[in-house]
Write a protein that binds this ligand. Sequence first.
Ligand code: C2E
Ligand code: MG
Ligand code: MG
Ligand code: MG
Length: 281
Amino acid sequence: GAKRDGGGRFRFFEPEMQARVQARRCLEADLHQALRKGEFELHYQPLVNLAQGCISGFEALIRWRHPERGLLCSDTFIPVAEAMGLIVPMGKWILSRACMDAASWPEGLKVAVNLSAAQFSDSGLTDAVTVALATSRLAPGRLELEITESLLLRDTEDSVAVLHRLRASGVSISMDDFGTGYSSLSYLLKFPIDKVKIDRSFVLAMDERPEGAAIIRAIAGLCQTLGLATTVEGIETPEQMRQVASQGCTEGQGYLFSPPRPAAEIPAMLAQWRYRECLAS
Ligand code: C2E
Ligand code: MG
Ligand code: MG
Ligand code: MG
């Protein structure tokens, strides 16, 4: 509760707040160290071409191999890395690592890399992309950059220019978590993008009531008209897959096919890939 300190000012929840500030400072220091010590790794989740039943690429998702706490998922540290600005140097490492990894995969397989808002507004982004591609010798057409609607919300004019510049270098742009932000539909016309990733919440809505599928069908149809590819995120069951596949989407992604796996497991994943076995059950 509120306490009166020596100077007569009120201080609220002091011990709890101090503990939280302390924990946050520790995490920030740890994150800096982690980048220098190479404790981050990229895991990869397959993107599945629904018409052909084959893997068309992988999305890179960052993990932190923490010396004491084990393998940590992105949501435990990405927001902090964003808030402290560390996401910019971290993002450069992610781009380089992902391009290097993808360069060792069979030709034609793409790699998708998530971008944070701070990276997107950083003037060094195009250079970072160019350097990652040049160093890895990955064909630019094999790199997809995932951005979100909320990231574009900030500064429309500039964002359009950045997107044009990125696409001019040969990479493609995907709109991630589509449908969770504002003005979604107008964004499809306003911004030069190549693919829309339909958010997992629409797959969940589909489970709740049949009309849920209508939203996916509508987005997929609109994207088709606009010449955009579509990926449905968060497919966990064969039943969801069956419904999604009939809605005219290009790709699926989700635990049904595979959770994100370490880079070293990709050759085995490709060798053992059986689309129809995923759907059977
Ligand atoms: P996202 O880009 O939308 O990534 C999809 C998230 O959904 C991933 O969580 C993935 O593991 C999870 N997912 C995939 N399939 C399923 C499924 O079938 N069911 C459910 N419930 N979840 C599924 P993850 O790896 O924890 O990443 C969370 C978010 O953190 C990402 O969302 C992305 O916004 C951010 N993130 C992850 N890696 C990076 C990165 O390298 N850079 C940046 N800037 N952000 C990243
Ligand atoms: Mg993503
Ligand atoms: Mg997503
Ligand atoms: Mg998401």
